[in-house]
Design a protein around this ligand. Structure first.
Ligand code: PLP
Length: 475
């Protein structure tokens, strides 16, 4: 940096927004509130994808870092002017991509308040409220999902991180049984862990194996039926060196592994069973879907998100482990400046140290919904998925999966170009769905994951499928 430029920056230090008390900046927060309200009011009616000119306008962010502080409110104005139109309307009712959850207004409002606290929930001494609300959320969560009472939860930024925590615990326990302390000795010369699992296991599961040194080449994929459920007849003899990876909710078909039978086999053999239930574990919270997770309590660990089915704010994943000491030991870290609280130090259960008060957000979401609200939400998503699959079938599309939860896969029966139909659909802005492959064939996958989706949204989406197919056939 040139001396002239450095002086120019230092010369303006008096105008920088530092060294003043936090206080409440009425103009700033009112403007943020006004913009957020404008966004929320418009989101259900607008096109789901940003218009091409709005994507093009994002180039307004491509500039060198300003030398001088921005004028008050200018940052917000710019963010709203160019940022808001460049979003995907994920909080509206017609975004069906990936498994991206919607957002409950009450959860968002609580997050605004919680964000103003700006707590770091690594240790209890850093945030008594963060620690307490993690503890309460853990209890509610374990209760809602029917997990063993002593189960502990670590609050992560998503299921990928939750998987890492859970599988770190599994690796630790399985090697410890063989007299190997993986924390101290690492994997050099370590005894073998046998890793088996659903052949459709999510990419995040395979990445966890990759990162943990268990190696994707050593993963033994288990045969599944046409819905993607592990075939019990394909399950080999398990033993106490086995890690069994199962799913509650396949990312494409939404199917659930036969958890009771698998759990019983795993327990008999003293194997470690993990259930990846990023969105599907919530089936346990509804009387109409809890048969899908029957036996889930037999596992040793579980990974799930609050930002998918529960419609809490991004980012909130939960790592759950039946044995507290195993998880804590596997993730153990220490430094002379850490001051352990008497109650709950959140960082003992995750790979992060500094973290937002995710437990508080989860508490607020569960408190708002209550047991019946969570059930109604799960039922709503499943009901909307069934409505869409029914309508699409009536329109002549093929839905190759049993719609047991919130996932719908779509194919054509007349051989018309599915990729082209998906492209038309995405460009229409009427709804957004992505593509995938199922049993070797391309599919459009629809994930109904927002409380905001109405019957009218579903019917509009079905009409958009129909129109997209017509345009492709005609062209
Ligand atoms: C079954 C399953 N597992 C894991 C993940 C990864 O979750 P996250 O995106 O929260 O890391 C997903 C994401 O959709 C999923 O559906």
């Amino acid at each position: 940096m040139t001396t002239k430029r450095r002086n120019s920056i230092l010369g303006h230090a008096a105008h920088t927004p530092v060294g003043r008390s936090m206080g409440y900046d009425e103009a700033l927060f009112s403007l943020a509130h006004e913009y957020a309200a404008e966004y929320m009011e418009a989101v259900s009616g607008r096109r789901v994808t940003p218009a091409p000119e709005d994507v093009e306008a994002l180039r307004n962010f491509d500039e060198p870092i300003p030398d001088e502080p921005a004028k008050p409110l200018e940052t917000l104005r710019k963010l709203h002017r160019f940022g808001s139109p460049g979003t995907m309307a994920q909080t509206g009712g017609r975004y069906f991509g990936f498994v991206n959850g919607g957002l409950l207004p009450e959860a968002l409002a609580s997050r605004w308040l919680i964000d103003s606290w700006d707590q770091n929930t690594a240790l209890e001494v850093m945030s008594p409220v963060g620690s307490r609300l993690e503890q309460v959320s853990q209890k509610w969560f374990v209760d809602l999902l029917g997990l063993p009472r002593q189960t502990v939860a670590g609050f992560t930024n998503g299921t990928s991180a939750a998987l890492l925590c859970c599988l770190t615990a599994a690796r630790h326990a399985l090697l410890e049984r063989q007299g190997w302390d993986v924390s101290a000795q690492g994997l050099h010369g370590a005894p073998r862990i046998r890793v088996l699992g659903n052949r459709h296991s999510h990419a995040a599961v395979l990445r966890a194996l990759q990162v943990l040194g268990l190696g994707t080449n050593h993963f033994e994929p288990l045969q599944t039926d046409d819905q993607g459920r592990i075939l019990l007849s394909a399950l080999p003899q398990l033993d106490e060196n086995t890690l069994l990876l199962t799913q509650a909710g396949d990312v494409n078909s939404g199917s659930f592994d036969p958890l009771r039978e698998l759990g019983e086999r795993a327990q008999e053999a003293n194997a470690w069973m993990h259930v990846d239930g990023a969105f599907g574990l919530w089936a346990a919270a509804s009387r109409n879907t809890c048969h899908l997770t029957d036996g889930v309590e037999l596992a040793n660990s579980w990974s799930v998100d609050a930002h998918k089915t529960l419609n809490g704010p991004y980012e909130c994943g939960i790592a759950l482990c039946r044995e507290r000491d195993v998880l804590v030991k596997a993730l153990k870290t220490d430094a002379s400046y850490f001051t352990s609280g008497e109650k709950r130090d959140g960082m003992a259960f995750t790979l992060d140290m500094s973290r937002r008060a995710r437990g508080a957000e989860l508490w607020a979401t569960l408190h708002t919904l209550g047991r019946s609200g969570v059930e109604a939400l799960v039922d709503h998503l499943c009901g909307m998925a069934r409505r869409l699959s029914r309508t699409l079938r009536e329109l002549g599309f093929v839905v190759p999966n049993d719609v047991v939860f919130n996932q719908v896969m779509v194919k054509t029966s007349d051989g018309s170009d599915l990729g082209a139909i998906m492209g038309e659909l995405q460009r229409s802005g009427e709804c957004w769905c992505g593509g995938s492959r199922w049993l070797g064939e391309p599919v459009i996958r629809v994930s109904i994951c927002s409380h905001a989706t109405t019957e009218a949204d579903i019917d509009r989406a079905a009409a958009a499928f129909d129109a997209a197919r017509r345009r492709v056939v005609e062209s």
